[in-house]
Design a protein around this ligand. Structure first.
Ligand SMILES: [Zn+2]
Length: 317
């Protein structure tokens, strides 16, 4: 075991990493619930801020419309559908081009060889690059797909080719040609990105995402199951956080860990069955991987490596 002095910040920090690794190692099943904070921890804040990635891809839209984050562009009243689709195409293009963040790889290293399932409210499809489809449930949609805006039929359409073609055709007025606007092949209405909104299609694919979660829970509810919550904010607790709290409370061998730099909350009723780690997700996952890798190695060396990483971050800041 690590030797600890009393209650310094870094000791609490070590203890958190140790507990996380210990719970991961001894769980029979792990259900991960990841939300916006997971992508934010990769440095991707373009939905909420005009960060460097936003400027690179959507800087022209910032200049023309004053957007300071991609969400602004979703709800804006554009002068024409051609203008709206230019924005939607550029945003989806950004998401296709955006590299998978390191925390995603770190998480997958921690889950390697384990019995796990991942549910996410993220629509940026970062997870789809590192997780097999049967182990992933995107419960708020996935922006790689379009649906009919009138929901006239239950099908979603993979959009990569359309997105790249539309993006390529955006003109100096930030519009796409009218004939490129994606239309429903059945009723001719405009399509919409398949993401949570007024017209979100909760059809076969949507139900299938929940089927996968329910099957996983059914198979593992009596086992030592770990609910690992990553970056769920307080805006929409009903999708991941509250179900995780209720399940941890009611399942006999369940344990709950939340990692969140802002909103790591542990309800009083779960005080014996959970940990709240109020820290940066990317840091925690990276250090957990370091500790995990050295499972059989020299603990003193592991400790030094962790100290070196912490020192490095202090120097950067
Ligand atoms: Zn239609």
């Amino acid at each position: 075991m690590f030797t600890r002095q009393k209650t310094t910040v870094s000791n609490v920090h070590f203890q958190n990493i140790e507990s996380l690794v210990d719970k991961l190692r001894h769980a029979d099943a792990i259900l991960v619930g990841a939300a916006a904070g997971m992508s934010a921890s990769c440095g991707y804040n373009f939905f909420y801020q005009n960060d460097a990635i936003f400027e690179k891809y959507l800087g022209e839209f910032h200049k023309k419309y004053g957007f300071t984050g991609a969400f602004n562009g979703f709800y804006y009243r554009y002068p024409s559908p051609e203008a709206r689709w230019a924005f939607l195409a550029r945003l989806a293009y950004l998401e296709y081009e955006c590299e998978t963040g390191k925390p995603y790889y770190d998480l997958m290293e921690l889950l390697k060889g384990k019995n796990y399932h991942i549910m996410t409210t993220n629509q940026d499809f970062q997870f789809t690059r590192v997780v097999p489809e049967e182990k992933l449930s995107a419960i708020q949609g996935d922006s790689r797909y379009y649906q009919c805006s009138h929901r006239c039929h239950d099908e979603i359409y993979y959009n990569e080719e359309m997105v790249y073609a539309m993006n390529e055709a955006i003109d100096e007025n930030l519009c796409i040609p009218s004939q490129m606007i994606p239309l429903c092949p059945k009723c001719g209405a405009e399509m919409e990105p398949w993401v949570r909104g007024y017209t979100f299609l909760e059809g076969k694919k949507y139900k299938d995402e929940y089927r996968k979660i329910n099957e996983f829970l059914e198979q593992n509810k009596e086992k030592k199951i770990l609910f690992l919550e990553l970056g769920v904010g307080r805006m929409t607790p009903m999708f991941i956080q509250e179900p995780f709290w209720n399940l941890t409370y009611s399942l006999p061998q369940a344990f709950y860990i939340t990692i969140n730099p802002k909103d790591a909350i542990l309800p009083q009723a779960l005080i014996e069955k959970g940990i709240a780690i109020k820290e940066d997700i990317s840091t925690v996952l990276q250090e957990a991987v370091t500790l995990y890798r050295q499972e059989t190695g020299d603990l003193a060396e592991t400790l030094n490596e962790l100290r070196r990483q912490i020192q490095e971050r202090r120097t950067i800041k």
